[in-house]
Design a protein around this ligand. Structure first.
Ligand code: SAM
Length: 466
């Protein structure tokens, strides 16, 4: 496709799609939208069509576009360990405090995910199903209509054990129909996650939110907005489940990362205690008495950066920043690298990008700086640029497992499965030896084992689409 001139109809269409549906298209993908724009505007002409589309009242056309543009891949019992953790541990933990436990599946597609929660809750029996309220929302009206019908193909049920299939589904000429007692436990609503709807996201609305494999199509500023709404809508200590290749790193500091088996999920942190500055929190030295031997000095922390690293590992980004800034002004590459990582965590993408660009020539941090630059570009939506930087990072340090992991993940998303598998296999084989510094700086709280699981799930996702 030829590069569209600025503000051409196609550019405006791409921008509107991102603004209204959150779906982000790289410039190289814009061509995919060209036939759709031509088709939808055939009746009234492209200028008039775009005008109508930009109008706040254009709901019907946006529904039609959502049906054409969203990716609805889903199936029953997808990412099963997360679902088991939800019904075995998370939901029962609320049983004593409340009479109804409310779960939201945001981006539920054709309903397999919320029905899986209902089914598993019954199967495992740890939470009282009669007190469970499950709501599925999706922007695609056709997906919601399918979810309400609750009749599925064998492919949708491919991960459901046959005993469970027999117990809860009835074979019909149209497919496997979910029994009414489970079907009626879930309600569905057509809803766009991007729309302002303060009543829907009212504080304390949900005990757990599943938003899995949805935000990976959105640019970071949209993700931030959506996650902020979800964080506000959860009860204190509420839980958020995301897909295995989605992360809150650089998006939100409201949550702590938890692990159940090989599943990762997030819990809302309690409100922060009043801020105590780092200087205040360091106890004042004891006055040294004349004539007494001097107190033993504490073991030195090498140039104070170790402390910053420890705070970073503990996800105490604000404290880490305060400590770093309180150190004697250091312009060493490592200090600059830490600064760039902290900018990224705080969502200050341009500062993080600028610093990492300056660092790519410093030989001591070259691979890390390329990696960090890749993360910045990825978060600002430039996946092609990010892949180039991950490749540079691997050239500078061929054993950099995390760089292989991101490169493989992006190759998978771009549909380049052979390249994805090669990179992901490298990642999985190198992760056991990954440098602790890389894990602290870039592991996003996952740790070696967690990253291994992410790598394995990514590899599995490559084979799922074959
Ligand atoms: C890949 S499916 C994920 C389904 C399910 N959560 C799972 O993990 O199996 C992504 C879903 O997100 C929905 N979606 C995309 N953008 C959305 C938006 N702006 N508001 C609500 N749903 C959206 C799509 O329609 C699609 O059904």
């Amino acid at each position: 496709m030829s590069v569209a001139p600025a503000r051409s109809p196609l550019v405006r269409f791409v921008a509107l799609v991102e603004q209204r549906l959150g779906l982000h298209y790289e410039q190289g993908q814009w061509g995919e939208l060209e036939p759709l724009l031509a088709e939808r505007s055939a009746g009234c002409g492209v200028e008039r069509y775009l005008e109508q589309l930009a109008a706040p009242s254009s709901h019907a056309e946006w529904k039609a576009l959502a049906e054409r543009l969203t990716v609805g891949e889903t199936y029953f019992l997808r990412h099963p360990t997360q679902l088991e953790t939800l019904v075995d541990q998370v939901l029962p933990s609320f049983q004593r405090q409340t009479s109804t436990i409310r779960v939201l599946c945001a981006g539920c597609s054709t309903g397999e995910e919320p029905y899986s929660v209902a089914l598993l809750a019954r199967e495992r029996g740890r939470v009282d199903s009669s007190r469970l309220r499950i709501l599925g929302i999706d922007v695609n009206p056709r997906a919601i209509a399918h979810a309400r019908r609750a009749c599925y193909s064998p492919w949708s049920l491919r991960a459901v054990p046959s005993a469970m299939r027999q117990q809860w589904f009835q074979r019909t000429p149209e497919g496997f129909a979910l029994l009414p007692q489970v079907r009626d436990q879930v309600i569905f609503e057509e809803r766009n996650l991007l729309e302002e709807a303060s009543a829907f996201w009212a504080p304390g609305s949900f005990h757990a939110i599943l938003c899995r494999n949805v935000i990976l199509y959105f640019p970071p500023d949209v993700i931030r907005k959506i996650i902020a709404r979800m964080s506000q809508a959860l009860v204190p200590g509420g839980y958020l489940f995301m897909g295995p290749s989605e992360t809150l790193r650089g998006i939100s500091e409201d949550f702590e990362l938890l692990r159940g088996g090989d599943a990762f999920y997030y819990r809302l942190k309690p409100p922060a205690p009043p801020v105590v500055s780092v200087a205040q929190s360091i106890p004042a030295p004891e006055p040294v008495q004349r004539g007494t031997p001097p107190a033993p000095t504490p073991p030195p922390t090498p140039d104070g950066l170790e402390g910053v690293l420890q705070l970073l590992e503990a996800e105490r980004y604000t404290d880490a920043w305060a400590l770093l800034e309180s150190l004697p002004q250091s312009s060493s590459p490592k200090a600059q690298l830490l600064r760039a990582v902290l900018h990224l965590h705080a969502g200050r993408l341009s500062q993080a990008e600028q610093l990492s660009r300056q660092l790519v020539t410093a030989s001591s941090t070259e691979a890390s700086a390329y990696y960090l630059l890749g993360l910045c570009l990825e978060q600002s939506g430039d996946e092609a640029g990010a892949r180039g930087r991950y490749a540079a990072s691997v050239r500078a340090e061929p054993t950099f497992a995390l760089a292989h992991l991101r490169a493989g993940t992006l190759a998978r998303r771009a549909g380049e499965m052979v390249e994805a598998r090669v990179a992901l296999r490298m990642a999985v084989s190198l992760l056991p030896q990954e440098k602790p510094l890389h894990l602290s700086l870039f592991g996003g709280g996952f740790g070696r084992h967690g990253l291994m699981q992410v790598g394995l799930q990514e590899l599995q996702a490559c084979t799922e689409v074959l």
